[in-house]
Design a protein around this ligand. Structure first.
Ligand code: PLP
Length: 366
């Protein structure tokens, strides 16, 4: 009996919970492994969050606004900056991180007898949402340059008939943004039978001239675009992710969400964060420039670096990537051992952190 306790579902037995190692910052001063924003909130933003949370705390004896109307309205107007028309609050949904948003999408649109599809290399959480919702998981593949071959992607969708297609763009771990044609091809191939989720967790970091999938929302009813406050908004600790889609898709997700899933404290802090979007996006511009400098520096040193529209860079290629990762860690720089074999991923930090990364990498590989 003891070897089967606890009586967990068969397919979960022995599985380790997902997550990058969290090491204390006094042991590893330069943390460039989970694509966090290195800049904390400004003093003005901090004061606004504190005052807003205090205000929300006055009525913590009551359940929060289940429809989080004020927050949805603020997020809709923030997203509307990226489109010609307007995104309405009825098109916006939010949860505790975009991971929860996407799990809710799978709860509503996946399930037994249904299929979720992505193209590898892709975000490592997607197969877990599929597993946890009893959805069949299927991974196609990207080309050697991490782009999608549209003919074979369309053929795979037609053959497998997935109800959910998950497309991170910019992609994690490669940094690759998908062109609008790719999203259009997949939305048309999936048709009314399923939904296409474009995961724009890194959307704000895309290079100038690279469009957001938000622009395609008005052309495809089955398109869902997810965003998060974890990266550009420097709010990883806040846990707030959201999506924009047809209001009927938001209504379907309402059926599976837990009641009052967004706490009054979360709603208040997130609203304050959105109010400070302009100053936060100023820091995003600094990080985009630092990202471009990092790609150029890596290539100058003779490494391969994938083009990046995100706040990280996938680089290589190493015969023994673990040894390089370990060498950097020994020098106080934590990056991520992920992506295709031979590659490593470094998040873009402050200018000082990137100098420490460069110095350590030269020592390890020099
Ligand atoms: C970081 C990341 C997210 C964001 O997750 P949250 O739950 O919002 O913190 C979503 N998708 C991808 C691909 C990511 O890398």
């Amino acid at each position: 009996m003891s070897d089967t306790f606890p009586p967990i579902r068969e397919e979960l037995r022995g599985i380790e919970p997902y997550g990058a190692p969290q090491l204390p910052s006094d042991r590893v001063p330069v943390q460039l492994n989970v694509n966090e924003n290195p800049y904390g909130p400004s003093d003005a933003c901090l004061a606004d969050i504190a005052a807003s949370v205090t205000d929300a705390a006055r009525t913590l004896n009551r359940y929060p606004d289940r429809e989080f109307v004020a927050l949805r309205t603020a997020l809709a107007s923030y997203l509307s900056r990226d489109v010609a028309g307007e995104i309405t609050p009825a098109q916006v949904w939010a949860a505790n991180g975009s991971n929860e948003v996407m799990l809710q999408v799978l709860q509503a649109f996946g399930g037994p007898g249904r299929t979720a599809l992505s193209f590898a290399p892709t975000y490592s959480m997607y197969p877990e949402y599929a597993r946890d919702t009893h959805t069949r998981w299927l991974a196609g593949h990207r080309e050697d340059d991490f782009s999608l071959d549209l003919d074979s992607a369309r053929a795979l969708v037609e053959a497998e008939q997935p109800e959910v297609v998950l497309l991170p763009s910019p992609n994690n771990p490669t940094g690759t943004a998908l062109p609008p044609e790719a999203i259009t091809v997949l939305c048309e191939a999936v048709g009314q039978r399923g939904v296409v989720v474009v995961d724009e967790a890194y959307g704000e970091f895309r290079r100038t001239g690279v469009p957001s999938a938000l622009e395609l929302l008005s052309s495809h009813r089955n398109l869902v675009v997810t965003r998060t406050m974890s990266k550009a908004f420097a709010g990883a600790g806040l846990r707030l992710g959201y999506l924009a889609a047809d209001p009927a898709i938001c209504d379907a997700i309402r059926v599976v969400r837990l009641p009052y899933h967004l706490s009054a404290v979360t709603q208040a802090a997130a609203l304050a964060g959105v109010r400070h979007a302009p100053e936060l996006l100023g820091k995003v511009d600094e990080l985009r420039a630092e990202r471009d400098r990092t790609v150029a520096w890596l290539r100058d040193q003779g490494f391969t670096a994938a083009d990046s529209d995100a706040n990280f860079v996938l680089f290589g290629q190493f015969d023994d990537r673990h040894a390089v990762w370990q060498g950097l860690l020994d020098r106080g720089v934590l990056i991520r051992e992920t992506g295709p074999d031979g590659w490593l991923r470094v998040s873009v930090g402050t200018a000082d952190e990137m100098i420490a990364f460069q110095k350590a990498l030269m020592e390890v590989t020099g």
